[in-house]
Ligand binder design. Structure first.
Ligand SMILES: O=C(O)/C=C/C(=O)CC(=O)CC(=O)O
Ligand SMILES: [Ca+2]
Ligand SMILES: [Mg+2]
Length: 413
């Protein structure tokens, strides 16, 4: 078999650029007067799709008119595929160059916006390594995995309204915690943490009462982003019994600005780890195309790389999460976002949160400037990036999600 060659873009960029033609992620940037416009990243440039589409495509005139992604998300897989095909043609064929180049500008010139209104937000807990690590720290003396963990993807509903785009400053949260001597205290969190995750963006709604089976995952989910689920461990560990995470996680959740279509991740699909016991039929993916993903993340704290988690280690796939999230008949809406849960692997170097990397603060990390960290200090910056294999040895980039911690604002007592 001859090696499959991928088309190259006429947009100048190094051959291994993670935003080559193989990726084509969608985002929203602030255009003239701050008005949102839909953009597609190509190399270090952004194609202004809101402007180019009505002028060049001659179809679906309103698809990008709002400058945000909701209409595209709702339009469904046939439209997603047509759009990707057309963009590929525009950005690869020499004959298109002249008319398309007029809609390109450097990405560095733009401020990226939250690309769609987040409808509902769910966060899962799908890494066996993360769940076992946290279980042993939060519930010492009991089994690290709860009895339900291998029967279903455990999750909770988060706060959609506090999801922010990469780069938004993260104000240190305040709240209640219990000190070592049992005293209840109130004040700014002293154990502010990160969680490196992937987020899955729902495009096509589903009806109430109609569960979404495993094999319909790609009929509803448009694409993937990076998520940093900022977590105040002191608030979380005191409040979470018995209803689960609440204020320790609802103050801010950051997502990357570029949504990478599922279509760009075809070459990253891998078999997930073996699942024992066998899950019930609605979660059993043994006899169908599976959604393990070879997406490799890197987490940096103040410039120092502190972790390299891989999504391929996740026990539950996003298709299983979607099937579980709807098994009770809950309907999906355009703009629903569900996050995978912290991505942690089997090695210390592949843990996706500081609480695991420092083992509850016992082993500080060395970071830039000769400093040590257990949890985050004011001024700290966290950057999560990720890549995945693309066709013909290309690399698909997921871009980055960044955030800097700023001091708590209000004095809460
Ligand atoms: O109580 C626990 O075991 C811990 C729960 C979490 O930290 C929830 C969470 O955000 C899950 C995740 O990201 O994997
Ligand atoms: Ca989380
Ligand atoms: Mg959060």
């Amino acid at each position: 078999m001859t090696a499959h060659r991928v088309a190259r873009s006429w947009v100048p960029m190094p051959e291994d650029h993670p935003f080559g033609l193989q990726t084509l992620p969608f985002g929203s940037f602030a255009g003239p007067g701050g008005r949102p416009r839909v953009g597609v990243a190509i190399g270090d440039q952004v194609l202004d799709v809101s402007a180019a589409w009505p002028a060049l495509a001659g179809c679906d005139e309103g698809l990008f008119a709002t400058g945000r992604l909701e209409r595209l998300l709702a339009a469904g897989p046939a439209c997603w595929a047509r759009t990707r095909q057309l963009l590929t043609r525009w950005l690869s064929e020499a004959g298109e160059r002249e008319r398309v180049a007029a809609y390109l500008s450097p990405a560095s010139a733009h401020t990226m916006l939250l690309p769609f209104e987040v409808a509902d937000y769910v966060d899962f807990y799908a890494s066996e390594h993360h769940a076992a690590n946290l279980g042993s720290m939060f519930r010492p003396g009991s089994e690290p995995l709860t009895p339900n963990w291998k029967h279903m993807p455990i999750g909770y509903h988060g706060r959609a309204g506090t999801i922010v785009v990469s780069g938004t400053p993260i104000v240190r949260p305040a709240g209640q915690r219990r000190a070592a001597d049992g005293a209840v205290q109130v004040g700014p969190s002293t154990r502010l943490d990160i969680e490196a995750e992937l987020g899955f963006v729902v495009g096509v709604p589903s009806g109430m009462g109609a569960p979404v089976p495993l094999d319909r995952f790609d009929q509803h989910v448009f694409g993937v982003c990076l998520v940093n689920d900022w977590s105040a461990r002191d608030i979380q560990s005191w409040e979470y019994v018995p209803l689960g995470p609440f204020l320790g996680k609802s103050f801010a959740t950051s997502i990357s600005p570029w949504i990478v279509p599922l279509a760009a991740l075809e070459h990253a699909r891998v078999t997930p780890p073996p699942r024992t016991p066998r899950p019930p039929a609605y979660l059993n993916d043994a006899h169908q195309a599976r959604w393990g993903l070879d997406v490799r993340l890197e987490v940096r704290l103040n410039g120092t790389k502190i972790s390299e988690p891989c999504f391929a280690d996740m026990y539950w796939t996003a298709a299983q999460q979607l099937a579980h999230m709807t098994v009770n008949g809950a309907g999906l809406r355009t703009g629903d976002l569900f996050a995978s849960g912290t991505i942690s692997g089997p090695t210390p170097r592949s843990r996706g949160s500081l609480i695991e990397l420092t083992w509850n603060g016992a082993h500080p990390l060395q970071v830039a400037g000769g400093e040590e960290r257990t949890f985050l200090e004011d001024g700290d910056e966290v950057i999560i990036t990720a890549t995945a294999p693309g066709p013909a040895a290309t690399t698909v980039g997921l871009g980055e999600v960044t955030g800097r911690v700023v001091p708590a604002e209000a004095a809460v007592r």
